[in-house]
Ligand binder design. Structure first.
Ligand SMILES: NC(=O)c1ccc[n+]([C@@H]2O[C@H](COP(=O)([O-])OP(=O)(O)OC[C@H]3O[C@@H](n4cnc5c(N)ncnc54)[C@H](OP(=O)(O)O)[C@@H]3O)[C@@H](O)[C@H]2O)c1
Length: 295
């Protein structure tokens, strides 16, 4: 069974690769030169905006499933460079969904808790999304494309992802946080943003499971702890043995020049707990899992 993973060098993809290794023949796409890979892992250097190149590669690999993690995932960059964000988050998603549908390939799309406006909280899969920033707008359109392309496809809405990158680097707030704590640098965390963070190890395992099982539709991949990001910063600092004085409370919606953020984007993970073999975890369980994961 062949698995195609986009965003190969990203934070989430690193954990997906670690969990798919041995079970799937892995083909990854990234823009940089080939990293060193283990057996059964094939890396293809390609910009996903190159539609012709991607189509040729897709037809050559003939994957059994695709996990699409690649995106412009920085909320403020998406707000600033909307044309580029739309091309990557919508255009590329559409291209992949079209090829998957034409060849009967299951597609797992990484969406986000940010599709919700943050007014209600505890969102379930059937709650209607409502964007408060451009990143969310692109992800909502991506979701609709993926869901309408095939009933087998999965829209996995990822909560805030916490963890140390398993392979490569990518967009990890915990890795940045640990660097800063070590140097005694104070770190701002938004107290207005309530989330249900998911650890990257649980997430990688869940996404691989979804690529190989029968589930189709929307699923919320979120942790079992509902917490604001300031409180989360305090808990992580305490678990790592650092002073709470290094964690500062801010309001992300009062910071000039930033895209609006959803306040309470917490997601209910009942469905994931019901249908996945991978257990959903609390913040402290997830933290311990990511810190101790064998790389
Ligand atoms: N991290 C979170 O907290 C979080 C939460 C909710 C949802 N998500 C979603 O989960 C997915 C993975 O997030 P992540 O944290 O792993 O992000 P990430 O570390 O920023 O990885 C994204 C990857 O996408 C690749 N990419 C972007 N544009 C590309 C292009 N034109 N061609 C080829 N590759 C391209 C990037 O490649 P380069 O390395 O070349 O730039 C990068 O490796 C994203 O869809 C994101 O929206 C993440």
């Amino acid at each position: 069974m062949r698995l195609l993973i986009t965003g190969f060098n990203g934070f989430v993809a690193g954990s997906v690769i670690a969990h798919a290794r041995g079970e799937w023949e892995i083909h990854g796409i990234g823009r940089s030169e080939s990293p060193s890979n283990g057996p059964g892992i094939y890396y293809h250097t390609l910009d996903l905006l190159d539609e012709e190149g991607f189509t040729a590669l897709f037809n050559k690999i003939r994957p059994d499933a695709v996990i699409h993690t690649a995106a412009m995932a920085n909320i403020d960059l998406c707000e600033q460079y909307q044309e580029q964000a739309e091309k990557i988050n919508v255009g590329v998603t559409k291209m992949i969904a079209r090829l998957c549908a034409a060849q009967g390939v299951k597609m797992v799309f990484c969406s986000t808790d940010t599709v919700f406006d943050g007014i209600k909280g505890d969102y379930i899969e059937s709650d209607p999304p409502h964007a408060v920033n451009f990143y969310a707008e692109t992800k909502i359109v991506g979701e609709q494309i993926v869901l309408s392309s095939s009933p087998d496809n999965v829209v996995a809405r990822l909560a805030l992802v916490m963890g140390i990158p398993v392979i490569g680097k990518g967009n990890s707030f915990l890795a940045d946080m640990m660097e800063k704590l070590k140097k005694g640098i104070q770190i701002p965390f938004p107290a207005n943003e309530v989330r249900t963070p998911v650890d990257v190890i649980t997430l990688g395992s869940s996404l691989v499971e979804l690529a190989g099982n029968q589930y189709g539709g929307i699923i919320h991949l979120s942790g079992c702890t509902k917490i604001n990001r300031y409180q989360m910063g305090l808990e992580i600092a305490a678990a790592l043995g650092y002073s709470p004085d290094l964690i500062l409370s801010v309001n992300s919606n009062a910071m000039p020049g930033r895209a609006p953020r959803a306040n309470d984007a917490s997601m209910d993970n009942s469905l994931a707990r019901q249908i996945l073999k991978t257990p959903m975890r609390t913040l402290s369980e997830g933290l311990s899992l990511t810190l101790n994961f064998k790389r």
